[in-house]
Design a protein around this ligand. Sequence first.
Ligand SMILES: [Zn+2]
Length: 397
Amino acid sequence: MEKKLAARDRFNIHQTAYSLQQGVIMCNDKVVIPKQSQKRILNELHLGHFGVIKMKHLARRICWWPGIDRDIENITKNCVQCNDTRNNPRKVETHSWEPTTTVFDRVHIDYAGPFLNHYFLVLVDSFSKWPEVRIVKNTSAKTTIEKCREIFSTFSIPRLLVMDNGTNFRSHEFLLFLKENGITPKFTAPYNPSTNGQAERFVQVLKVGLRKNLERKIPTFDNIHFALQQLLLSYRTTVHTSTNESPAEKMFSRNIRTRLDLILPTKPQIHVHVNGNIKTRVFKEGERVQCRNYVGRNKWCAGKVIRRLGKLHYEIALDDGRIWKRHINQVQKIGNDTSNERDELEFDYTTPDNTQTVQREQEEQNLPTVQQEVPEILERHMRNCGPPQRYGKVYVH
Ligand SMILES: [Zn+2]
């Protein structure tokens, strides 16, 4: 006689946790990975070789299958690189730094290498743990300044820069660069590199990760660069044990998209009709306007609207008698008494601009969408769109 099992015993999970979204089976908010894809996903999670804790964190954000924790433990237990990282007991920092409250307030800098015939400039932000790495040919003050300038122009000029006593960091040139940008240098005690623990720790991650990712490849510049970017993406999107958030979340208040996100169900795309709800300017017949002129010194020629052609084009009689066709973006309202003081006889009947306008207009009659016009709402958005407040204005001299 067949034994009847309760539904929750059969799958060892509450059936209510499952749902189907866009054809993808979900368990709560995680994608259920079918047996045949589990190995592939496991390898993707293992890319950075960050050990069992980080791998589990990464998986929990996105996917699940029965026994996923056991599979993660097994893969890391049998991986030399993961074991290497695990076996290094965390060094006690001899210097405890003040906790930072903003991104790029205090930044730790160090050089790694020569490793695989290259040097690596490593910068770690103490607040977000976001690492930046540049592959360089030498470690001179000039190179260091050049790379720092690149990084600071993206993220912000830091307030404090922590570094060791390397001659490049101690050089007059580098110290002047820091002074000019208002950065306070902090040097670690000689022969005690663990004071600069944040940079030092990432250097270890970098060495292990690169070696593993390059295992079967020739260490050419291209291959090293590829392996480095892969490692950085994994590290930046994986939870950092000291902050319980990924460097990307701390840095941008959002997670950045990775290949793992491809397994999530696709959200239906929202199509925004560019001109749907946006009020387009309308000119009345006889209204006094000026239109854009593309030849000669005068940018504008005054005239009157004869009629509206289609949705966005107008026929305009200029004060000098010429008749022009213009797109609405090339027309401005002016006062009734404005005269065409800069009158100059410049005929542009055959200018490419005019032909284009007519062509565009013909196209528009068939296709009611607008290709050229930037909707006012977007224009407004673009004007207001600056860098996030916390970066402030960045001038790197
Ligand atoms: Zn590993």
